[in-house]
Design a protein around this ligand. Sequence first.
Ligand SMILES: [Zn+2]
Length: 554
Amino acid sequence: MTWQYSPSRREFLGSAAAFSLFPLEIEKPDLILHNANIFTVDARQPRAQAVAMANGRFLAVGSNSEVLNLAAPGIRKIDLAGKTVLPGFIDAHCHPGSSGVDMVVTVNCDLPSIAAIQAALRERAARTAAGEWVLGSKYDDTKGTEGRMLTRADLDAAVPDHPVAVMHRGGHTTFYNSTAFRMAKVDEKTPDPPGGKFDRDPATGKFTGRVADEARALVETFGAGLTTRENRREGIKLISKAMAKAGITSVGDAGGSPEDLRAYQDARESGDLSFRVYCLIVYPHLDKMLAAGLRTGLGGDFVRLGACKLFADGSISERTARLSKPYEGSPDYFGLLMMSEDDQYEHARKAHLAGWQIGTHANGDVAIDRTLRIYERLQKESPRNDPRFRLEHCTLVNDSLVTRIKALGAIPTPFSSYVYYHGEKMRFYGTERLTHMFAMRSFLDAGIPATQASDYTASPFEPMMALQSQVTRTDTQGNIWGANQRITLEEAIRVGTINGAHASYEEQIKGSIAAGKLADLVVLGRDPFKEDPSSLVTIPVERTMLNGRWSYQS
Ligand SMILES: [Zn+2]
């Protein structure tokens, strides 16, 4: 058994001279889980049968008899009947703040066909005031039964009079109707802005409706009206509940703003926050944060200020990542870079000098090379101890990039479920390139603590899907992509727990089931170690515990 006084007791004793309460009360467990099959992710004690907890922390981890010995009369005990317990999952890069607001204000376009999307948008338009936006989210151009992309004409046919914006689940492209372009006074004569693109029909030159990245700011005139403080708080309530149901106890919000930070604090205070959040702040807000004297790490165990988020290139699911070799079947197309290297360096330098962790969105090998070059330069010019530079996504690598990542101590946050969920998009990258994408085997072999990440809404957040995808490298149709990058189930669980904690400087307080750590765990319906790897995704999450309380029970 491992046993230690919880930090709360030590802190308490430290202040005992000033406050004379009942210190002995504090080390008594308030809950014991026993008769469980616990995979702890703690090297000192990999397996256990029981845990005791108090005040939101694990107090003791060990065998049934060892831990039950601590039970005093009246202490709650739960017999888990042999069920498997893992540490709570950490989704190191996802977008709960914005996807929560989506759940409140947008039409969910994760639907099986364009016709179904049209019907849903039409229905929303019918109860939306004239001139107000109709917004859609989670559209995926490769999933519909029609086998083609949504067009401006589809949207005009469904909703002629309201402006419409349907965002791709990847977050980097949006589809607009003609009313939206007209209201924004944007037409075919409008040039593509830097870092953005209006798609045009190759035959006629007319807008198709699909707009990428920075060009969207020229069309969108909504925002503040829909993202009210109340909508944000309500959104976090909904999304954190949904994620708790899947077994997630901590997230990194990779698209945060000061408004998101406030919303997380609002949700925490109203009892509606069902996960812990490390809130990255996108770089346009950095000056505001610096002026307020804030930097990475400030906050508490529930809401903590994360890294400064920068962007180097486009997305994998929407095929805008910047690659050194062209996309399959498009000999002249290499993807998009989001800003110049000089600008990226200047933003990164400002954050680095102010003591912020930096997380740079870099998917393609070109973008990763550039981002590493900037990180290397920063450490040479202004070395900092343990900066834990993050490479958000870090999708397409090669041996020399992996060597440089290791040398810097940088942290990739690869898409954990893409092979499984986005199999139909893999053909744009090709079999050979897939052997170097989402390169978990390469990272772990090099000793690089890569994390689990869904980038939700870009892919589903269910951790069981991430485990299956990384262990099998097989998509839903049975195609195998990059079998050389398979990792073991045990490795995938570590990636989804302790490595996520490390990416936010929190490996001392969470990410494994060990005495003294935060009491976050998940109870599964079946043992993943006895499961066929191709059905891991079907293992039900029965309960999720956050801070010693159930955040979800089936
Ligand atoms: Zn993201």
